[in-house]
Design a binder for this molecule. Structure first.
Ligand code: PLP
Length: 348
Protein backbone atom coordinates (compact mmCIF):
# COMPACT_ATOMS: atom_id res chain seq x y z
CA UNK A 1 0.00 0.00 0.00
CA UNK A 2 1.47 3.38 -0.94
CA UNK A 3 0.28 6.89 -0.19
CA UNK A 4 2.17 9.39 -2.31
CA UNK A 5 1.18 13.05 -1.97
CA UNK A 6 -0.11 13.73 -5.48
CA UNK A 7 -0.68 17.42 -4.99
CA UNK A 8 2.98 17.86 -4.14
CA UNK A 9 3.96 16.22 -7.43
CA UNK A 10 1.74 18.38 -9.64
CA UNK A 11 3.31 21.45 -11.29
CA UNK A 12 2.57 24.55 -9.29
CA UNK A 13 0.86 26.40 -12.16
CA UNK A 14 -1.33 23.39 -12.92
CA UNK A 15 -2.50 23.15 -9.31
CA UNK A 16 -3.77 26.71 -9.73
CA UNK A 17 -5.70 26.10 -12.98
CA UNK A 18 -9.44 25.62 -13.40
CA UNK A 19 -10.68 23.38 -16.22
CA UNK A 20 -12.29 25.16 -19.22
CA UNK A 21 -15.99 25.43 -18.67
CA UNK A 22 -18.59 25.78 -21.45
CA UNK A 23 -22.14 27.13 -21.03
CA UNK A 24 -23.39 23.55 -21.26
CA UNK A 25 -21.32 22.54 -18.23
CA UNK A 26 -22.83 25.36 -16.24
CA UNK A 27 -26.44 24.26 -15.87
CA UNK A 28 -28.10 21.05 -14.74
CA UNK A 29 -30.53 19.63 -17.27
CA UNK A 30 -33.99 18.69 -15.98
CA UNK A 31 -34.51 16.65 -19.16
CA UNK A 32 -36.62 19.24 -20.95
CA UNK A 33 -35.78 20.21 -24.54
CA UNK A 34 -33.35 23.13 -24.70
CA UNK A 35 -32.57 25.68 -27.39
CA UNK A 36 -28.80 25.92 -27.77
CA UNK A 37 -27.67 29.41 -28.70
CA UNK A 38 -24.51 29.44 -26.59
CA UNK A 39 -21.65 28.03 -28.69
CA UNK A 40 -21.88 29.76 -32.07
CA UNK A 41 -22.64 26.50 -33.87
CA UNK A 42 -24.52 26.14 -37.16
CA UNK A 43 -28.09 25.23 -36.09
CA UNK A 44 -28.90 23.01 -39.09
CA UNK A 45 -28.85 19.38 -38.00
CA UNK A 46 -26.42 17.04 -39.78
CA UNK A 47 -25.36 14.74 -36.95
CA UNK A 48 -22.16 16.61 -36.10
CA UNK A 49 -23.16 20.29 -36.11
CA UNK A 50 -23.00 20.43 -32.28
CA UNK A 51 -19.83 20.28 -30.16
CA UNK A 52 -19.29 16.85 -28.62
CA UNK A 53 -19.81 16.16 -24.92
CA UNK A 54 -16.51 17.40 -23.41
CA UNK A 55 -16.81 14.87 -20.57
CA UNK A 56 -17.81 11.96 -22.84
CA UNK A 57 -20.31 10.86 -20.20
CA UNK A 58 -22.00 8.03 -22.15
CA UNK A 59 -18.74 6.29 -23.02
CA UNK A 60 -17.29 6.77 -19.55
CA UNK A 61 -20.33 5.23 -17.87
CA UNK A 62 -20.12 2.07 -19.97
CA UNK A 63 -16.35 1.63 -19.56
CA UNK A 64 -16.53 2.40 -15.84
CA UNK A 65 -19.13 -0.29 -15.29
CA UNK A 66 -17.18 -2.81 -17.40
CA UNK A 67 -13.98 -2.13 -15.45
CA UNK A 68 -15.57 -1.89 -11.99
CA UNK A 69 -14.60 1.77 -11.58
CA UNK A 70 -16.35 5.15 -11.50
CA UNK A 71 -16.54 7.67 -14.35
CA UNK A 72 -14.43 9.95 -12.12
CA UNK A 73 -11.55 7.45 -12.50
CA UNK A 74 -11.45 7.92 -16.30
CA UNK A 75 -10.07 10.49 -18.72
CA UNK A 76 -10.01 10.09 -22.51
CA UNK A 77 -7.49 11.38 -25.00
CA UNK A 78 -7.06 11.58 -28.76
CA UNK A 79 -5.20 8.25 -28.60
CA UNK A 80 -3.18 7.25 -25.55
CA UNK A 81 -0.37 9.37 -26.99
CA UNK A 82 -2.40 12.44 -26.05
CA UNK A 83 -3.10 11.00 -22.61
CA UNK A 84 0.64 10.51 -22.11
CA UNK A 85 1.24 14.13 -23.11
CA UNK A 86 -1.34 15.33 -20.54
CA UNK A 87 0.51 13.33 -17.89
CA UNK A 88 3.80 15.01 -18.81
CA UNK A 89 2.28 18.47 -18.76
CA UNK A 90 0.56 17.87 -15.44
CA UNK A 91 3.53 16.61 -13.47
CA UNK A 92 6.78 17.70 -15.14
CA UNK A 93 8.25 21.19 -14.92
CA UNK A 94 10.28 21.84 -18.10
CA UNK A 95 14.07 22.04 -17.63
CA UNK A 96 13.71 21.00 -14.02
CA UNK A 97 12.02 17.61 -13.65
CA UNK A 98 12.86 14.24 -15.12
CA UNK A 99 11.15 11.00 -16.06
CA UNK A 100 12.47 7.44 -16.03
CA UNK A 101 11.98 5.11 -18.98
CA UNK A 102 13.21 1.58 -19.52
CA UNK A 103 14.55 0.98 -23.03
CA UNK A 104 13.92 -0.87 -25.20
CA UNK A 105 10.38 0.44 -24.94
CA UNK A 106 7.69 2.48 -26.65
CA UNK A 107 9.35 5.44 -28.38
CA UNK A 108 6.77 8.11 -27.57
CA UNK A 109 7.88 8.52 -23.95
CA UNK A 110 11.22 9.83 -25.22
CA UNK A 111 9.60 11.95 -27.94
CA UNK A 112 7.23 13.52 -25.39
CA UNK A 113 10.08 14.19 -22.97
CA UNK A 114 11.85 16.06 -25.81
CA UNK A 115 8.74 18.05 -26.75
CA UNK A 116 8.10 18.99 -23.14
CA UNK A 117 11.78 19.71 -22.43
CA UNK A 118 12.00 17.15 -19.66
CA UNK A 119 15.10 15.05 -18.98
CA UNK A 120 14.59 11.38 -19.85
CA UNK A 121 16.65 9.12 -17.57
CA UNK A 122 17.01 5.80 -19.32
CA UNK A 123 17.56 2.64 -17.29
CA UNK A 124 17.99 -0.39 -19.54
CA UNK A 125 15.86 -3.45 -19.00
CA UNK A 126 17.82 -6.48 -17.83
CA UNK A 127 18.84 -9.08 -20.42
CA UNK A 128 15.59 -10.95 -19.77
CA UNK A 129 13.65 -7.72 -20.46
CA UNK A 130 12.67 -7.03 -16.83
CA UNK A 131 12.89 -3.69 -14.98
CA UNK A 132 16.16 -3.32 -13.08
CA UNK A 133 14.57 -2.18 -9.85
CA UNK A 134 17.80 -1.33 -8.05
CA UNK A 135 19.14 0.79 -10.94
CA UNK A 136 15.79 2.54 -11.37
CA UNK A 137 15.61 3.51 -7.73
CA UNK A 138 19.18 4.72 -7.71
CA UNK A 139 18.60 6.79 -10.87
CA UNK A 140 15.58 8.48 -9.27
CA UNK A 141 15.91 11.78 -7.41
CA UNK A 142 13.49 14.31 -5.97
CA UNK A 143 12.77 15.66 -9.48
CA UNK A 144 11.83 12.25 -10.88
CA UNK A 145 8.11 12.71 -11.42
CA UNK A 146 7.15 9.85 -13.71
CA UNK A 147 8.24 6.25 -14.22
CA UNK A 148 6.94 4.58 -17.38
CA UNK A 149 6.37 0.82 -17.25
CA UNK A 150 5.09 -0.57 -20.52
CA UNK A 151 3.62 -3.96 -19.75
CA UNK A 152 3.26 -5.90 -22.02
CA UNK A 153 6.26 -4.03 -23.35
CA UNK A 154 6.67 -2.84 -26.90
CA UNK A 155 8.86 -4.12 -28.63
CA UNK A 156 9.97 -6.97 -26.34
CA UNK A 157 6.38 -8.35 -26.03
CA UNK A 158 6.72 -9.59 -22.43
CA UNK A 159 4.81 -8.48 -19.34
CA UNK A 160 6.96 -7.37 -16.44
CA UNK A 161 7.00 -9.51 -13.33
CA UNK A 162 4.34 -8.55 -10.83
CA UNK A 163 6.73 -8.43 -7.87
CA UNK A 164 9.02 -5.97 -9.62
CA UNK A 165 6.11 -3.67 -10.44
CA UNK A 166 4.85 -3.81 -6.86
CA UNK A 167 8.30 -2.95 -5.54
CA UNK A 168 8.46 0.05 -7.88
CA UNK A 169 4.96 1.19 -6.94
CA UNK A 170 5.97 1.05 -3.32
CA UNK A 171 9.42 2.60 -3.53
CA UNK A 172 9.28 5.14 -6.38
CA UNK A 173 8.31 8.52 -4.96
CA UNK A 174 6.63 9.78 -8.12
CA UNK A 175 3.81 8.63 -10.37
CA UNK A 176 4.09 5.17 -11.93
CA UNK A 177 2.45 5.03 -15.36
CA UNK A 178 1.67 1.48 -16.49
CA UNK A 179 1.05 1.53 -20.22
CA UNK A 180 -1.33 -1.34 -20.93
CA UNK A 181 -1.83 -0.78 -24.66
CA UNK A 182 -1.51 -4.56 -25.18
CA UNK A 183 -3.19 -5.83 -22.01
CA UNK A 184 -6.10 -7.50 -23.84
CA UNK A 185 -3.67 -9.97 -25.44
CA UNK A 186 -1.93 -10.78 -22.17
CA UNK A 187 -2.32 -13.70 -19.81
CA UNK A 188 -1.55 -11.30 -16.96
CA UNK A 189 -4.24 -9.34 -15.17
CA UNK A 190 -4.60 -5.61 -15.67
CA UNK A 191 -3.30 -3.32 -12.92
CA UNK A 192 -6.67 -1.53 -12.87
CA UNK A 193 -7.68 -3.60 -9.84
CA UNK A 194 -4.76 -2.03 -7.91
CA UNK A 195 -5.78 1.59 -8.48
CA UNK A 196 -7.37 1.82 -5.04
CA UNK A 197 -4.22 0.41 -3.40
CA UNK A 198 -1.67 2.78 -4.97
CA UNK A 199 -2.33 6.51 -4.98
CA UNK A 200 0.59 7.03 -7.40
CA UNK A 201 -0.64 4.60 -10.08
CA UNK A 202 -1.89 5.62 -13.53
CA UNK A 203 -2.93 2.93 -16.02
CA UNK A 204 -3.26 3.82 -19.70
CA UNK A 205 -5.10 1.72 -22.27
CA UNK A 206 -6.22 2.25 -25.85
CA UNK A 207 -8.86 1.27 -28.37
CA UNK A 208 -6.15 1.11 -31.05
CA UNK A 209 -5.03 -2.49 -30.51
CA UNK A 210 -7.41 -5.26 -29.37
CA UNK A 211 -10.49 -3.09 -30.00
CA UNK A 212 -9.44 -2.58 -33.62
CA UNK A 213 -10.06 1.17 -33.65
CA UNK A 214 -6.67 2.80 -34.28
CA UNK A 215 -8.32 5.12 -36.80
CA UNK A 216 -10.70 6.81 -34.37
CA UNK A 217 -7.94 7.73 -31.85
CA UNK A 218 -9.23 6.91 -28.40
CA UNK A 219 -6.87 6.48 -25.48
CA UNK A 220 -7.97 5.89 -21.91
CA UNK A 221 -6.38 6.99 -18.67
CA UNK A 222 -7.46 5.31 -15.43
CA UNK A 223 -6.38 6.72 -12.09
CA UNK A 224 -7.61 7.94 -8.71
CA UNK A 225 -10.30 10.60 -8.73
CA UNK A 226 -7.67 13.05 -7.47
CA UNK A 227 -5.30 12.45 -10.41
CA UNK A 228 -8.10 12.51 -13.00
CA UNK A 229 -9.35 15.82 -11.62
CA UNK A 230 -5.91 17.40 -12.16
CA UNK A 231 -5.52 15.91 -15.65
CA UNK A 232 -8.90 17.41 -16.53
CA UNK A 233 -7.37 20.86 -15.98
CA UNK A 234 -4.95 20.20 -18.84
CA UNK A 235 -7.36 18.51 -21.27
CA UNK A 236 -8.72 20.66 -24.12
CA UNK A 237 -12.53 20.60 -23.82
CA UNK A 238 -13.36 18.87 -27.12
CA UNK A 239 -10.35 16.60 -27.57
CA UNK A 240 -12.53 13.53 -28.30
CA UNK A 241 -14.76 14.20 -31.27
CA UNK A 242 -18.39 13.14 -31.73
CA UNK A 243 -17.69 10.45 -34.34
CA UNK A 244 -15.03 8.89 -32.11
CA UNK A 245 -17.35 8.86 -29.12
CA UNK A 246 -20.10 7.18 -31.17
CA UNK A 247 -17.90 4.53 -32.77
CA UNK A 248 -16.13 3.79 -29.47
CA UNK A 249 -19.45 3.37 -27.66
CA UNK A 250 -20.71 0.92 -30.29
CA UNK A 251 -17.51 -1.07 -29.98
CA UNK A 252 -17.33 -1.25 -26.18
CA UNK A 253 -20.97 -2.35 -26.16
CA UNK A 254 -19.97 -5.23 -28.44
CA UNK A 255 -17.29 -6.81 -26.26
CA UNK A 256 -18.04 -10.32 -27.53
CA UNK A 257 -16.84 -9.32 -30.97
CA UNK A 258 -13.66 -7.79 -29.52
CA UNK A 259 -13.02 -10.93 -27.51
CA UNK A 260 -13.55 -13.23 -30.45
CA UNK A 261 -11.14 -11.22 -32.61
CA UNK A 262 -8.57 -11.30 -29.81
CA UNK A 263 -8.99 -15.08 -29.53
CA UNK A 264 -8.35 -15.42 -33.28
CA UNK A 265 -5.27 -13.20 -33.06
CA UNK A 266 -3.89 -15.31 -30.19
CA UNK A 267 -4.28 -18.52 -32.22
CA UNK A 268 -2.53 -16.85 -35.15
CA UNK A 269 0.18 -15.48 -32.86
CA UNK A 270 1.14 -18.99 -31.76
CA UNK A 271 1.15 -20.29 -35.33
CA UNK A 272 3.30 -17.36 -36.42
CA UNK A 273 5.79 -17.84 -33.56
CA UNK A 274 6.16 -21.54 -34.41
CA UNK A 275 6.53 -20.88 -38.13
CA UNK A 276 9.19 -18.21 -37.53
CA UNK A 277 11.18 -20.60 -35.40
CA UNK A 278 11.36 -23.08 -38.31
CA UNK A 279 13.26 -20.60 -40.49
CA UNK A 280 17.00 -21.17 -40.83
CA UNK A 281 17.90 -17.51 -40.38
CA UNK A 282 15.79 -17.02 -37.24
CA UNK A 283 17.82 -17.74 -34.09
CA UNK A 284 15.23 -16.77 -31.45
CA UNK A 285 11.53 -16.06 -31.17
CA UNK A 286 10.72 -14.30 -27.93
CA UNK A 287 7.71 -15.25 -25.79
CA UNK A 288 4.90 -12.85 -26.43
CA UNK A 289 2.08 -11.48 -24.34
CA UNK A 290 1.00 -8.98 -27.04
CA UNK A 291 -0.29 -8.99 -30.64
CA UNK A 292 3.20 -9.01 -32.12
CA UNK A 293 6.21 -11.29 -32.16
CA UNK A 294 9.83 -10.21 -31.75
CA UNK A 295 12.36 -12.46 -33.49
CA UNK A 296 16.15 -12.42 -33.75
CA UNK A 297 17.53 -13.02 -37.21
CA UNK A 298 20.87 -13.29 -38.99
CA UNK A 299 20.64 -9.77 -40.46
CA UNK A 300 17.50 -7.84 -39.57
CA UNK A 301 18.12 -4.89 -41.87
CA UNK A 302 18.76 -7.10 -44.90
CA UNK A 303 15.68 -9.24 -44.18
CA UNK A 304 13.61 -6.12 -43.61
CA UNK A 305 14.58 -4.80 -47.05
CA UNK A 306 13.87 -8.15 -48.70
CA UNK A 307 10.39 -8.21 -47.15
CA UNK A 308 9.71 -4.64 -48.27
CA UNK A 309 10.59 -5.56 -51.86
CA UNK A 310 7.99 -8.31 -51.62
CA UNK A 311 5.38 -5.87 -50.36
CA UNK A 312 5.48 -6.70 -46.64
CA UNK A 313 6.17 -4.02 -44.04
CA UNK A 314 7.42 -5.10 -40.62
CA UNK A 315 9.25 -3.15 -37.92
CA UNK A 316 13.03 -3.27 -37.82
CA UNK A 317 14.09 -2.94 -34.17
CA UNK A 318 17.79 -3.61 -34.65
CA UNK A 319 18.88 -0.16 -33.47
CA UNK A 320 17.09 -0.56 -30.13
CA UNK A 321 19.23 -1.56 -27.15
CA UNK A 322 19.16 -5.32 -26.43
CA UNK A 323 17.36 -5.81 -29.77
CA UNK A 324 20.21 -6.21 -32.21
CA UNK A 325 19.08 -7.99 -35.38
CA UNK A 326 15.46 -8.18 -34.35
CA UNK A 327 12.31 -7.64 -36.37
CA UNK A 328 8.89 -7.08 -34.85
CA UNK A 329 6.03 -8.79 -36.64
CA UNK A 330 2.45 -7.68 -35.96
CA UNK A 331 0.05 -10.62 -36.05
CA UNK A 332 -2.17 -10.15 -39.10
CA UNK A 333 -5.04 -12.16 -40.50
CA UNK A 334 -4.49 -15.85 -41.27
CA UNK A 335 -3.93 -14.98 -44.94
CA UNK A 336 -1.48 -12.16 -44.16
CA UNK A 337 0.55 -14.35 -41.81
CA UNK A 338 0.63 -17.17 -44.35
CA UNK A 339 1.86 -14.73 -46.98
CA UNK A 340 4.56 -13.48 -44.58
CA UNK A 341 5.77 -17.00 -43.86
CA UNK A 342 5.70 -17.95 -47.52
CA UNK A 343 7.84 -14.92 -48.42
CA UNK A 344 10.23 -15.58 -45.53
CA UNK A 345 10.68 -19.14 -46.78
CA UNK A 346 11.37 -17.84 -50.28
CA UNK A 347 14.16 -15.55 -49.09
CA UNK A 348 15.83 -18.18 -46.88
C1 PLP B 1 2.97 0.74 -25.74
C2 PLP B 1 2.16 1.67 -26.54
N1 PLP B 1 1.49 2.64 -25.91
C3 PLP B 1 0.74 3.51 -26.58
C4 PLP B 1 0.61 3.43 -27.95
C5 PLP B 1 -0.19 4.49 -28.65
O1 PLP B 1 -1.49 4.14 -28.70
P1 PLP B 1 -2.60 5.13 -29.27
O2 PLP B 1 -2.94 4.63 -30.63
O3 PLP B 1 -3.73 4.96 -28.29
O4 PLP B 1 -2.06 6.53 -29.28
C6 PLP B 1 1.29 2.43 -28.65
C7 PLP B 1 1.18 2.36 -30.11
O5 PLP B 1 1.80 1.59 -30.80
C8 PLP B 1 2.08 1.53 -27.93
O6 PLP B 1 2.76 0.55 -28.53
Amino acid sequence: MSKVNIQALVRENVNGLSPYSSARDEYVSDGSEMVFLDANENPFENGVNRYPDPQQRGLKEVLASQKGLNSSNILFGNGSDEVLDFIFRTFCEPKQDNIITLPPTYGMYKVLSGINNIENKEVLLTSDFEPDVEQILSAANSNSKLLFLCSPNNPTANSFSRNKIIELLEKFNGVVVIDEAYIDFSKEESWLSELSSYSNLIVTQTLSKAYGMAGIRLGVCYASEEIIAVLNKIKPPYNVNELTQKRALERVLNLDKVKSEVADILVERDLLSKALLQLKFVSKVYDTDANFVLAKLDNATERYKQLLKKGIVVRNRTTQPLCENTLRFTVGTKEENQRLIQVLKEIQ
